[in-house]
Design a protein around this ligand. Sequence first.
Ligand SMILES: [Mn+2]
Length: 461
Amino acid sequence: MARKPDRNKFLESLNNAVDFFEDYSHNLYNNVIAISHNDADGISSLQIIQNLLHKMKLNYDYFIYNRSVSWANYLSGILPKTPGNKTALIFTDVGSNLAELVPIIKNRKEHFYILDHHEVDYDLVLDELPENLFFVNPTIFGFDGLDHVSGATLAYMFAKKINLSIIKQGWLAVIGIAGDSLKSMEKLQSFNKDIYQEICDEELVIDKEGLILFGNMHNSIKNSLKYSILPFLNGFGSEDDQKIKSFLDKIGINPNKKVVDLDQNEMQIIRKNTNIKLGHFAILPQKQGLLKFAFEHAILLNILSFKNISAAISIIQQKSITRYAKEIYFEYISSLSKNLKLLANELPRYETKKTIFIDAGNSKIPPSDWSDTASFTSVNELLEPSKMLFFGGLEKKTQMVKLSIRCSRKYLESDHKGVNQVINTIKQKLGGTGGGHKLAGGIRLSIPSFKLLMERIDKFI
Ligand SMILES: [Mn+2]
C-alpha cells in the first residue's frame, strides 16, 4: 500500500475499459444499468455516467446500493432474467467487494465495468478476473482512494475519454471530491488535483481563498463560528449567540457579514484571535445559496442520501435548495456541532496507552448520531491522533454495546493495525458483528464481551 503509485499501469487499465465500452456500445449493448453508492461521491459519479449514456443515446436504468444487503441479493433483483451480452453494467464508487462479486459475474453473460476507488477485499490476480469484468481501481496500482482519486474523479476520467464534452459536467466531480476528501482544495493530490485544476481552468468551478469554516461557508461569520464542523471550533461551536456576537464586536467585526464577503484585513483580524486557517474552497457558479458551495453541497447530499435518496438525486440537478433540504441540513449541522461540543468538554473518557474510549452511552447524543460524531472528532483531530478512538456505549434499544472506531492517517503511518483489522481481531476473540475500512468502522458487542475488551484493549491493538 505504501508503494509508489504506478500512473501508467493504472491509465492502461482505464483505457482498456474505455476502449471496450466504446466498441461494444456501438454494436452490441442495447441497455446499460448504472449502479452507484448512496453518498455525495456516488451520486455525483452516477450523474456523470448518466450524462455520458445520454450523450451516447444508450438506454439506461440506474440503482443506488447502500450496502445493507449482500451483492447476490441485491443483484438478483436487477440483473435480466435471461442472461445475455446486450446489457452492460457500470458500477461507480462501489463494487470492490470482489470476493462477493466475482462468483456472480463468472456466471453471467453481461459485461461488468467497475470504476471504484475503495480498497479491494480480495487476493487480486488481475489476469484471473472473469473475461466479462473490466475492473478499474487505482488503489491496486498504489493510489490512495481518499487523497488521490475520488469515485467521481474516476467516473469523470472514464466518461471524458469517451466524450470530451463531459468536461462541462466537471463540477459534479468536484462535489464528489469535496464529499469524500473533507479537505480544503489546496490539499488535493494526484488525479483529484489534476482534474480540479482542469475544471477551474474551464471556469466550471471557481477556486477561492478565504477562511475555512466548512459546513457554513454560505453563512454570516457569527453563524459560521457557531456551526462550522470542519474545523469544529471549541469555544465557539454550539455556544450562545450572545457570546459569539460580543467576541466579534470586541475585535471589530460585523457579526452579520458573510464569510465570503470578509476583506483581507478582517480575515487577518479573525485569524489573529482564533485558530481558523486560510484555505481554498470551490464555488459552483451556476448554483444558488448553499448549493453554490461545493463542500456544503456535498455534505447536504451525504445527509439526504441516508434520509431520502430521491431528494438527493433531485437536488444535484437543481439550481437552488428546497426548504425541506435546508431544514434537514440545518438540523444536521446544529446537532453535529452540539455533539462535538459535548464530546470535547463533557463526556467521560478512559484512556489506555493506545486507545481512548469515550462513553456516549448515557449522554444526550443519540446512538444514531454516534458514527458521524466519531468521524468528525477524528477528522478534526479533537483527540490525540496517536490513539485509536472507541466512541459509543450501551444502546438501550438493543442492550448491546455499539462502538464507532476511528483512527487518523498519522496513526496508521506509525505501522499500527487499521480499524478493520482491529475489528476482525475483536470479532474472532469476543464475537460481535461489524466491519469497516482502515480509518473507520463499527462493531456491536454483548455487555460481557465489551467488559473483556476494555480490560485487554491494548492487546487487541
Ligand atoms: Mn467514494
